[in-house]
Design a binder for this molecule. Structure first.
Ligand SMILES: [Zn+2]
Length: 391
């Protein structure tokens, strides 16, 4: 997790300072009993702030702890994420556990990847497959009738909590949540991207949520069954696209998994794209990997061109560092292994630091050539292929 730096001189609000105190208490606790004491105070304070929409207090406490006490920061992240993505509901004298979940889909296309409304009739078979393969036997599901692009996911903890509330209301009525897409930001077109189906799973309190929580279930079976049986239900929305379903999971976890998996997927998509649009086979390509720095290493950029082109980049991919990854992480071997798997034999890994450079005109990232320059990715003009850049 990367957080912005908050000046040590900036004063924390009383609420943020209290969050910080409780999170530090929890992180320094010596036993389970003390954990429970701190955690219940931290949960109740966090819950009040979320219900009051006090996003700034949450972020201020997280930013401060990120610098001063990473262990306490992790504790607070856990509590905040749990509070906005799950709850216990009391209905007709019974208690239910509710989990906000995401079902991510990795997608690539030479055309614009769709996002937007899904008709409620189409949600029925999707729910059937989710119920059969991903969630436990006693689950009740409510979905948002929308395929979200990453830009359209809730932007804050408080917004995530509001979405949870809307979905809970739908679940109580045994219906789905009709989302007004007009309020959501537009989707920027990328060659390869992620789409998300969001929903809540509601189970009797204390019973399994997921299929793999049941004694005869397991995660791998759930994953392959969902991939196989769930996939066809998205064909109507994702026309002209290749796509791969990822295992649905708790909202924040699923989004982080999708971020991780989408990097390798984007590399594979680029190679397939160059083959489809330019007729370039993987063994005819050269891939150049460069580390790009701002204050620190931010990302790797991979430039693709035919092997005899030292000064050009036909297409590029950005490999963003995630979580705790930094310049000491074994990222380059990981990228090289994916390229090799795809049949690319000519791989150049540049070692010198490159700037995080973007095109002044269109804002697209610049990509490395084999000569070690950063250039604009350009497809040859005689081809009708669309020139798209992965970010
Ligand atoms: Zn440009």
């Amino acid at each position: 997790m990367k957080r912005s730096r908050l000046s040590a001189r900036e004063r924390l609000s009383r609420n943020a300072a209290e969050l910080q105190r409780l999170a530090i208490g929890l992180s320094e606790s010596g036993g389970r009993l003390e954990d429970i004491f701190w955690e219940s105070l931290l949960v109740s304070h966090t819950r009040t702030l979320i219900q009051d929409g006090a996003e700034e207090d949450l972020n201020a406490a997280l930013d401060r702890l990120y610098e001063s006490s990473p262990a306490a920061c992790d504790e607070l992240v856990d509590v905040v994420e749990a509070e906005v993505e799950s709850c216990i509901l009391e209905m007709d004298g019974k208690q239910y556990d509710i989990q906000l979940f995401a079902a991510p889909i990795l997608v690539w296309s030479r055309y614009v990847i769709p996002s937007g409304s899904i008709g409620s009739a189409s949600l029925v078979p999707i729910k059937t497959q989710l119920g059969a393969h991903v969630f436990s036997a006693d689950v009740r599901l409510a979905l948002a009738d929308y395929l979200f692009s990453p830009d359209q996911l809730p932007h804050s903890y408080c917004d995530t909590w509001k979405l949870l509330q809307s979905l809970v209301k739908a679940a109580i009525k045994r219906s789905d949540f009709r989302l007004d897409g007009a309020q959501l930001p537009e989707t920027f077109p990328f060659l390869s991207d992620v789409r998300y189906l969001l929903g809540v799973a509601m189970v009797p309190h204390g019973t399994p949520v997921f299929r793999w929580n049941e004694s005869d279930g397991n995660r791998d079976t759930a994953r392959s069954a969902w991939e196989k049986q769930g996939g066809a239900n998205f064909a109507a929305f994702l026309t002209g696209c290749a796509y791969q379903l990822l295992l649905p999971n708790a909202y924040h976890f699923a989004c982080r998994s999708a971020d991780l998996e989408s990097r390798a997927y984007a590399v594979k998509a680029s190679i397939a794209f160059l083959q489809a649009s330019q007729g370039l086979m993987p063994e005819e390509l050269r891939a150049v990997i460069a580390p790009c720095y701002d204050q620190r290493l931010e990302e790797y950029r991979i430039g693709f061109a035919p092997r005899d082109q030292d000064h050009q980049v036909f297409h590029g991919v950005v490999w963003t560092l995630l979580g705790a990854e930094d310049e000491h992480s074994e990222v380059v071997p990981q990228i090289e292994a994916i390229l090799c798997d795809c049949g690319v034999q000519d791989i150049v890994a540049l070692e010198h630091r490159m700037p995080l450079e973007f095109c002044d005109d269109c804002g697209a990232p610049m990509f490395p050539t084999a000569e070690g320059d950063l250039v604009h990715a350009e497809m040859p003009e005689q081809n009708d292929a669309i020139s798209q850049t992965l970010h």
